[in-house]
Ligand binder design. Structure first.
Ligand code: SF4
Length: 79
C-alpha cells in the first residue's frame, strides 16, 4: 500500500527523534522544526517502500503525535 507522510510543525517540539529514526525522510528547518524532505513537507510524494517501516517507527515515537501518515496524498496547503 502506498504511504504518504507530513509533519505538523505547529505541534513539533524539535526533539530530533524522527530524523534519528528516518534520516532519509525527515530533516529540520532553520528553526529546528521537522519536515519531510521528500517533498518539502507537502505530503504529496510517495514514501519509498523500503522506508515505510522507518516512517511508521518515527510516527510511533513522536512524543507530540506530529507525524501524519496516509495511504493517499495528504496535500498540505502551502503558507
Ligand atoms: Fe518534531 Fe515529532 Fe520529529 Fe520530534 S519526532 S522532531 S516532535 S515531528
Amino acid at each position: 500500500m502506498a504511504k504518504y507522510v507530513c509533519v505538523n510543525q505547529e505541534t513539533c517540539i524539535s526533539c530530533g527523534s524522527c530524523g534519528a529514526i528516518a534520516p532519509e525522510v525527515f530533516d529540520y528547518d532553520d528553526s529546528g522544526l521537522a519536515y519531510v524532505h521528500l517533498d518539502g513537507n507537502e505530503g504529496r510524494s510517495e514514501v519509498p517502500e523500503d522506508l515505510h517501516d522507518d516512517v511508521d517507527d518515527a510516527c510511533e515515537e513522536c512524543p507530540t503525535d506530529s507525524i501524519k501518515t496516509s495511504d493517499e496524498p495528504i496535500l498540505v496547503p502551502k503558507d
